[in-house]
Design a binder for this molecule. Structure first.
Ligand code: ZN
Length: 408
């Protein structure tokens, strides 16, 4: 038990981009520097420092107007900074800092507006000509490794490990075809390699890049690594350790040997009803009793009988796709059952509105029926040539790092 408890680790890796970062604690909010520090390129010891946030109803004009900056008119200031800063973009709850002169005039010398943690604008009133400029704080990228054994639900475990909710949902999406995250069990192992952005080396600014991961699921280690294939549109896709995509492809047809007897169409003459109506499926004619297979893995969402559909089965593959199979002579699965691609779920028949034995194959995308033959679904072609060589080279050190978490 003690051993198990020790396994859940959160470690900032030793090969961090910046040596100092190993000791720096993770701070997930913007920290206002103390007045004896320096920031924005100014030594706070040289000024009276006032830090505040924009209040509702404040404008750049109203904030500046209240300051003792001599006889300069707000209008004149707005005009002179307009090339750098549109004063209308000042928003409530954003931070600003005022640096006042230390002498008895306490005059505003520098005004700094921070629209976000990364960027800031400086308005320097010290010279007769106002100087305004925008700056971006330096970003440090740090590698992070988390992993161990699931101690509760996945989200609880990731949360305890300090993983961004955004990263957790990205991970769920990447594995949506391969892992049912609700079925992960206590004791299943996982590992995630990613990088984080830090502003000024100390302020957490979000996840930079997911580099690789694995989840143990039903006794199998499922790896995922990002890669942009040469000649692709530049989109990052995730692949397993052999370069196979993590997406589950649809089989072209739900029956092995068949011919298409009727295509998806907005308007066709219905052979039984003798009238024109939409046909939102593809019909494959085959002898009664021919096995019908699910074209992708998933969970049986519905089974049943209606006068039109006859005996039918609907399978949900993920949050986007479902498929439906009609006119069966026999249903071989039940609702809630998990089915794998190619599994026989029923037999061809002519129940419901049908002139002869066939399966009407219906394809649902985001709840809408679409033509399966026209869908631009990902191709199952394995990675080859240069792509594969480069990919395997890329993942080699990442996989080694992940395996070392797994072996703890
Ligand atoms: Zn049909």
């Amino acid at each position: 038990m003690k051993y198990l408890a020790a396994i859940l680790i959160v470690l900032t890796t030793l090969f961090s981009c910046d040596k100092k970062s190993e000791q720096t604690p993770v701070v997930k909010k913007i920290v206002k520097p103390k007045a004896d520090n320096s920031d924005f390129g100014f030594n706070y010891a040289d000024f009276n420092v006032v830090q505040d946030t924009v209040k509702k109803g404040d404008t750049f004009g109203t904030i500046i107007q209240k300051q003792n900056i001599g006889d300069r008119k707000v209008h004149e200031i707005v005009q002179s900074v307009k090339d750098t800063f549109d004063v209308r973009v000042i928003r409530p709850n954003k931070a600003y800092t005022m640096l006042r002169s230390k002498n008895k005039t306490n005059k505003l010398e520098v005004f700094i507006y921070q629209p976000d943690a990364l960027n800031y604008y400086i308005f320097d009133f010290r010279d007769s000509a106002i100087v305004a400029y925008k700056k971006t704080r330096p970003i440090t990228i740090r590698k992070k490794t988390i992993g161990g054994v699931l101690k509760g639900s996945l989200s609880e475990t990731l949360d305890k490990s300090g993983v961004d909710a955004g990263l957790a949902s990205q991970i769920t999406k990447i594995y949506s075809w391969t892992i049912d995250f609700f079925k992960l069990k206590k004791g299943d192992r996982f590992g995630i390699l990613f990088t984080e952005r830090y502003i000024n080396d100390s302020i957490y600014n979000g996840v930079h890049e997911l580099q690789g991961m694995f989840f143990e699921y039903k006794g199998k280690i499922n790896y995922a690594f990002p890669f942009v294939k040469e000649g692709s549109s530049g989109k990052i896709e995730f692949y397993d350790e052999d370069g196979k995509t993590l997406k589950n492809f649809f089989l072209k047809t739900p029956i092995k040997f068949s011919r298409i007897s009727s295509r998806f169409s907005a308007n066709r003459f219905h052979p039984v009803q003798k009238r024109w109506k939409a046909h939102k499926g593809t019909d494959y004619a085959a002898p009664t009793g021919t096995p019908i297979t699910t074209t992708a893995s998933g969970v049986v969402e519905q089974t049943g009988y209606t006068a039109g559909n006859g005996n039918y089965v609907k399978v949900k593959h993920n949050s986007t796709y479902s498929t439906q199979y009609l006119h069966m002579s026999k249903i071989l699965v039940r609702r809630g059952q998990r089915v794998t691609q190619g599994q026989v779920i029923g037999k061809v028949g002519s129940t419901g509105l049908a002139t002869g034995p066939h399966v009407c194959y219906r394809f649902w995308k985001n709840g809408v029926q679409v033509d399966a033959l026209k869908l631009n679904l990902p191709t199952g072609e394995p990675m080859t040539g240069n792509n594969k060589t480069k990919y395997l080279q890329n993942i080699e050190p990442l996989k080694r790092a992940l395996d070392s978490i797994g072996n703890l």
